[in-house]
Design a protein around this ligand. Sequence first.
Ligand code: HEM
Length: 529
Amino acid sequence: MENKTSICIEFLLLLATIIIVFFAKWLNHSKKRRKTTKPPLPPGPTGYPIIGCLPEMTKKKPTFRWIHKLMQEMDTEIACFRLGGTHVIPVTSPELSREFLKEHDLIFASRPHCMSARLTSCNYLSTVIGPIGDQWKKMRRILSSHALSSAMHTKLHDKRDKEADHLVRYVYTQLLSPQNNNKNGLVNLRVATQHYCGNVIRKMVFGKRFFGAGMEDGGPGLEEREHVDGLFTILTYLYGFAIADYVPCLEVFDFDGYRKILGDALDNVRKYQDREITNRVEMWRKGIKKTEDDILDVFINLKDSKHNPLLSVQEIRAQITEIMLAGVDNPSNAVEWAMAEMINQPHILNRACRELDSVVGRGKMVQESDLPNLNYVRACVKESFRLHPVAPFNVPHVSTEDAVVGGYFIPRGSHVLLSRPGLGRNPRVWENPLEYKPERHMVFESAQVELVDHDLRMLSFSTGRRGCPGVTLGSTMAVMLLARLLHGFDWMAPPGVRIDLVESEGVLLLAKPLVLHATPRLEPSVLLK
Ligand code: HEM
């Protein structure tokens, strides 16, 4: 009997052991399986523990060129660079871009919390830079329903029109100015295009072109130069791969000096804007101002459901800086590059001028109502956006949860950077991608060329929840700028000068500001109406 019991116990022990071993093996196997089925991160440099690729990022400047070069060497359209604790995911594929911004739009709709964004947005009070949340929703709604609504666009038409006239007058006056010896002279198109954009946005927001007296020839005074230069500096350093953007505890040391540069530029821009804002708030408070004439007036007078001001003065300040940033760079850069490309390919220049003559004629200047009919000019601007984007990357999109995109694991908190030149010059998508060829956008001759590309084969205004709400204004400014320059004047390279289509090293602007020789194309009575 005793013998029988001990055999039974032994048998049970053996059975239990077998079950435990079996269970452990199964557990192990399923863990392994889970591990092996979790997709890999996109390819990229291994980096050091904890700091990742930060040392390379600080050494290999400009960082965007290093990233693009490495992706080319790795022959990949998506990569992962770990910068401190952040996975930075650059993308040059339209298919993957669509997955990020269309299929997984909601997951990738946030923005980074980082030093440069915090400083620029007065602690995330504005729209472009705001992480997803109630503040972003509020500000985006205000922009879409008020500042950038179609009613507001119509209301501000005359202000834009005045600045288009002013641009032509400014160019014409330079041709006659004494330093040009009363001959047809040279025009710096970087100054003309950047200040047209600055003037339009200042006029729409503040109701004025100049913060100071301006120059006698209509050109920007010291104040406007400082303002526009400040805006361009902010645009270079915002999300510009500062160490403190990835390791916040190092912000106080400002090892790369980015915080100081950005802070100084913000001070330069705000000293002009904030003065206007404070004065205007006072004017409304004292009842001196009674009608809404510009975007600032609208912002000051917005009310919440309890009739309290909807926007604080700090929110107005942050949002206005952002509107300035949004409006100044893309149209001016696109038109400067378009002019440079056209000078080197006169058949494109001639076709655009023929279109202007046939749509507008020579008896008046281009009006906004003409723009929908200037399909070739529109294609020239679009081609410039494709081939010569002003920024290397789209504004970062941050993931709010883990995701799998294109078969790769994208951890929560990753910064997804759609590459603007990477998409626009992708040889898989564009034939002869480095050739400036506006015709490629005129597939259907009858259809209007839209500057937006929702398929993300190129990145102009982007798409989805965080897509640009300023498409109408941005397109109007860019097309009007190119149209007025081409219609009003004949342009040539200065004698003996070849226009080098070379990018500057640190940013994507033309390496040297474009300076061209202009002669009036229209009668002075038309140009100076
Ligand atoms: C040709 C001119 C312009 C171009 C090419 C352009 C392009 C862009 C791009 C690429 C984005 C980022 C989209 C994304 O994150 O995926 C953006 C966002 C934005 N743009 Fe524009 N933009 C232009 C003009 C303007 C203007 C004139 C304004 C307003 C005055 C404006 C307001 C905004 C705002 C508020 C956002 C942020 C949207 C958000 O994050 O919710 N843009 N724009």
